[in-house]
Design a protein. Structure first.
Length: 235
């Protein structure tokens, strides 16, 4: 059995510093400006967490603070992130995702990954996959978890509405979440703070940092949209 693919992301809205990394590519956002780093990230196990070197620009440690959330072939955890980017000290929240079963793109048109991190006891992690030929993201299969006071609550149903710019990049989003035993949905509202678009192995990746609001809390996280290349494929 092959080792899972690891991806990490961290969000420091107080200092306008965010980053993400996976095998072969790392992105650093400073003050809303994205930079695709020249060298690949270095990821290594450190205790229960991970130490990550972003091409010499940042060295940070991810320490899990939540149970694992199972998300369509992947497992994600909320983490406390500490380290440095140059002379700047980092102490914020982030995620580590281990993908054991990658998306089968012959069967899919698009995937979405959403994270909204508020504090070490409150967060949302969700992903969706759109079957090939589906009319829109109303037909996507979504899996989500709400972290509440260190407990993971499964999302029974999620409805996502996204506003795009002229290039198909996500600019704002609303998410309604139905949880077991609750009559009314929880609502998540977000706007893009920074973003970058990449072409990777037949895929278009729109990676955005979002500011999120939910139940009186404000936080930050990701909204990543990946679309398969091909005629008629749209977000």
């Amino acid at each position: 059995m092959s080792e899972p693919a690891i991806s990490v992301a961290f969000f420091d809205p107080a200092h306008g510093l965010h980053g993400s990394a996976r095998s072969g590519v790392a992105i650093l956002f400073e003050g809303g400006e994205p930079e695709v780093l020249a060298g690949p990230p270095a990821l290594a196990r450190e205790g229960a967490g991970w130490r990550v070197d972003l091409a010499g620009r940042a060295e940070i440690v991810f320490e899990p603070v939540s149970p694992e959330a199972k998300l369509s072939g992947a497992r994600a955890r909320l983490c406390r992130v500490r380290g440095r980017a140059g002379e700047r000290r980092i102490d914020c929240l982030g995620t580590v995702t281990e993908t054991r079963r990658p998306p089968a793109w012959r069967e899919l048109d698009a995937t979405r990954w959403i994270s909204a991190l508020f504090d070490s006891a409150h967060a949302l992690l969700a992903c969706s996959r759109r079957p090939r030929g589906a009319a829109g993201h109303g037909e996507e299969r979504t899996v989500g978890w709400v972290l509440e006071d260190e407990n993971l609550l499964s999302v029974e149903e999620a409805r996502l509405s996204t506003v795009y710019d002229g290039e198909g990049r996500q600019r704002s989003a609303r998410l309604e979440l139905w949880l077991p035993g609750e009559d009314l949905p929880r609502r998540l509202i977000g706007e893009a703070r920074a973003g970058v678009s990449l072409a990777l192995e037949g895929l278009h990746v729109h990676a955005s940092v979002f500011g999120w609001r939910m139940e009186g809390r404000e936080g930050a996280g990701a909204y990543e949209l990946t679309v398969r290349e091909g005629p008629g494929v749209a977000a």
